[in-house]
Design a protein around this ligand. Structure first.
Ligand SMILES: Nc1ncnc2c1ncn2[C@@H]1O[C@H](COP(=O)(O)OP(=O)(O)OP(=O)(O)O)[C@@H](O)[C@H]1O
Ligand SMILES: [Mg+2]
Length: 503
């Protein structure tokens, strides 16, 4: 057995009112992919931020390549060989992808500090292409989609020669084919002897890529095991501390339900239109590969994008030209990208949860604080947001808990139609089961839900009907129980496939 390249000993971290880590030991060996798992708020990102120089530990030591080290900041850690891909993007939106990748790098400036642009663009493009990103690095980051931004973030971390590479939920916003590309890169780095920490809530990925797994629970280390020694069930038990029952609630749907939403020839772009219906208490899944148009459907329905076509809600023709109009028709939208659209991070949980209610809860000039408080506490509890209280600043919540606040903020508007896009992205298994239960109960209570997700098990497990999209069109409809992942993927990637097979 070789020597560990990195040893963290007795790491503790306290934030005001929160003990995020307690005497955690963590070891990394060269050429291993080490998965780090645990529930939302277990301390994964905090441990990795300490390892990458973002935070100083309250207690504990770090040894890297046989020497005790103290990282003063991320730059300092990077120079010593520890690079991190953050869970929350750290990109400058108004700079190009290339600039983001090579920002602050002495080796690309020539004499007198002039930046060697052609070299920068060339190298950045080569790096992106090696991950298979298909992105023009000269484009500004703000004009890139979420998953392209993720690719830029990965490329940025790879641009340093790292001995230790930390990937904090790198796949959360990546579609399946790009996850595979990323794994290729990870395997290559492992082969070169890089030690990789891989943080993810996706079991499938852990078993595919990891050699070892360490589980944290409530800031404490539970265990480190070779991946061959654990099963999914075992891991869940280590993380949650108990068994998690069925992930998907049993749904029984019956009869001719009332139509709540009717969409007629709604344009997605110049050449594509869609029509569909949504019923009372129905969970309608929308599935398609990247670029299929599912996201556009959501944006059109919520008034974030303009176009032609008719929308009827409860039989009445409505105009949804802006999110405000959508909200006034009791349509809510939980967007896939919580950073840009979902949350105001410097504000408290309570303020975020009640953001959409302020109009309704204002009497004269006065805000009904008691009602706001009540709503905020209800949803915090319902979604089990992990924080000392609802006055906690959202920015200080763990990634998964931020996702719960986004969800709560829209649930609190008590909508008739709820559009959910990637509702469990970055959420741990236990919380996932809770969120599914909540979605299920909402549907039982008569809420109509449009569920857009790239996670096939989620769409299949939750939806009463699934509309499959391909290049801006609905190509197939499945009913509950009619479909498995293989069929769904086939339809989404090649809609004509089935017709060809049938003579
Ligand atoms: N800057 C901060 N200030 C205050 N509390 C913080 C801060 N950063 C993290 N915490 C708290 O520390 C705990 C651990 O958070 P951390 O982000 O490490 O969780 P995580 O395991 O990465 O979770 P997730 O899976 O949701 O990303 C949480 O209770 C979180 O609210
Ligand atoms: Mg985290």
């Amino acid at each position: 057995m070789s020597q560990p390249i990195l040893t963290m000993r007795g790491i503790s971290k306290r934030f005001p009112g929160v003990k995020a880590l307690e005497e955690v030991d963590f070891e990394l060996y060269p050429g291993e992919v080490h998965a780090l798992m645990g529930e939302n708020g277990a301390g994964k990102s905090t441990l990795m931020k300490i390892l990458s120089g973002v935070y100083a530990p309250t207690e504990g030591t770090i040894r890297l390549k046989g020497r005790d080290v103290v990282f003063h900041n991320p730059m300092n850690a990077q120079r010593q060989g520890v690079s991190i891909i953050h869970q929350e993007f750290n990109l400058f939106p108004n700079l190009s992808a290339a600039e983001n990748i090579y920002i602050d790098r002495p080796d690309i400036t020539g004499r007198f500090g002039f930046i060697k642009w052609p070299k920068l663009v060339r190298e950045a493009q080569a790096l992106i292409d090696s991950i298979g990103g298909g992105i023009d690095v000269r484009r500004e980051v703000q004009h890139l989609g979420v998953h392209s931004q993720q690719v830029v973030e990965i490329a940025k971390a790879l641009s340093f020669r790292a001995d230790v590479l930390i990937m904090d939920e790198p796949s959360a916003t990546l579609p399946e084919n790009e996850v595979q590309n990323m794994f290729e890169v990870v395997r290559r780095l492992r082969h070169q002897g890089v030690a990789i920490v891989y943080v993810s809530h996706r079991m499938k990925e852990i078993f595919e890529i990891a050699d070892k797994v360490t589980v944290l629970r409530d800031g404490k280390k539970i265990d480190t095991r070779p991946i061959g020694e654990v099963t999914e069930q075992k891991l869940i038990r280590m993380m949650v501390g108990k068994e998690v029952g069925n992930l998907y609630p049993v749904r029984i749907t019956e009869g001719q339900p009332q139509q709540v939403l009717q969409v007629d020839e709604m344009s997605l772009d110049a050449s594509h239109k869609v029509s569909f219906e949504l019923h009372k208490g129905e969970i309608l899944g929308l599935f398609g590969l990247v670029g299929s148009g599912t996201h556009t459907v959501a944006e059109r329905l919520f008034g974030l994008r303009k176009g032609t076509g008719d929308v009827y809600i409860l039989g009445k023709k409505v105009r949804i030209g802006s999110p405000l109009e959508a909200i006034s028709h009791k349509v809510a939208y939980v967007p896939p990208d919580r950073h840009r659209q979902g949350l105001i991070k410097p504000m408290t949980i309570c303020q975020n949860l009640s953001l959409n209610l302020l109009k309704d809860y204002t009497k004269g000039m006065l805000l009904d604080r008691k009602r706001v408080k009540q709503v905020s506490e209800t949803y915090m509890q319902k979604l089990r947001v992990k924080a000392p209280n609802d006055q906690h600043i959202v920015d200080f919540l763990s990634g998964g808990n931020q996702q719960k606040v986004v969800l709560g903020k829209w649930l609190a508007t008590e909508p008739n139609i709820l559009i959910l896009e990637e509702p469990t992205r970055g959420v741990d298994v236990g919380a996932k089961a809770e969120i599914y239960q909540i979605i299920h109960q909402l549907a039982e209570g008569g809420l109509s839900i449009l569920l857009i997700s790239s996670e096939m098990p989620e769409v299949i497990g939750m939806s009463d009907r699934i509309l499959v999209m391909h290049k801006g069109e609905f190509v197939h409809e499945f009913r509950r129980g009619e479909v498995d992942q293989e069929q769904l993927l086939k339809r989404a990637s090649n809609p004509r496939l089935h017709e060809e097979a049938v003579p």
